[in-house]
Design a protein around this ligand. Sequence first.
Ligand code: A3P
Length: 346
Amino acid sequence: MADNTPYKTCFLPKSKEEEEEDERIYKRLKEIVATLPTIKGWSSNPMYQYQGFWYSSDLVGVGPLAVHDHFKAHTTDVLLAATPKSGTTWLKSLAFAVMNRKSHPSLDGRQHPLLKFNSHDLVPTLELRLYNNNHNGDRIPNLDILLSPRLLATHMPYTSLPQSVTHSGCRIIYICRNINDTLVSYWHFFNRVRSKNNSSMGPITLEETFEWFCEGKSEYGPLWDQALGYWKGSLDRPQNVLFLKYDDLQEEPVLHLKRMAEFMGCPFSSMEEKEGMVDQIIKLCSFENLSNLAVNKTATNHLGVTYDAYFRQGKVGDSMSYLTSEMMEELHHITEQKLHGSGLTL
Ligand code: A3P
């Protein structure tokens, strides 16, 4: 693969027969995608609808179908799932720091991987990085090469995950965020991606983004349905699905980081707590710290977008400066309707 990420070993050369098999797999998936409903999206290429959710072919290629058919979860895996623009980068950083704290105990030292890599390069997203034919060519990654427990991520809905994820011991940590802030963050981010990919298209207006978003035609949308899928998963299988909210994590980081560590099977010991490990991880992964690192100011993701696009404000309620009261009312109305009776609030 083009980038120098720690997981590049998943793409070591294969035999000719294996390569031909991978090509056959991707050819079939591209044929399936060609038959799916499409709409004009935020880029010059269309979005397609797969199992009720929208994906940009630019962004993921046929990745979601490849994940659905070919990703095999291990019972020891921890899968981080997120609504786009809900704190994925933050969750990846926190989970990585928690899981690897024994091998990288000196969190403040210069050696910690989070100081050298953006968390998206440490915790790859299955459909965007690993199974994305636009990024890697027609190659199924060999994820068995990764050390256990594997820490992986996805934005795909719960209902589209392979059975090896939803019917095994694999643990999922899901994060979402209040709808208003998600929408505004989404708008800013996709304008960055769009200007990088095709500068001739010009920026998308907030009004246009709002319209698509409300119709459920945003990346991985409808986002309400995505959140509901994981919410139901967390109620049905609480040992396997932990449901988090960005807003709660901002308010009570210590509480939620401890919940995460416990859920991941590596709770903080009383000694670690006494020595300040929880606070150190929170500080290491704070917006202020990560957003000021050289790697996050200059390195680029697989789309060529600088990682600073993932660090904008990092505040709860920032959307109030952008959305009109009519827009907020409409979002509130849709959210009430969509989540009615579920017990979930967004
Ligand atoms: P804003 O655009 O509201 O600032 P994602 O990682 O899912 O793409 O989400 C991006 C959002 O998370 C952005 O929100 C970004 O600023 C915020 N974010 C990124 N890193 C963060 C951190 N360490 N702590 C809190 N928020 C963070």
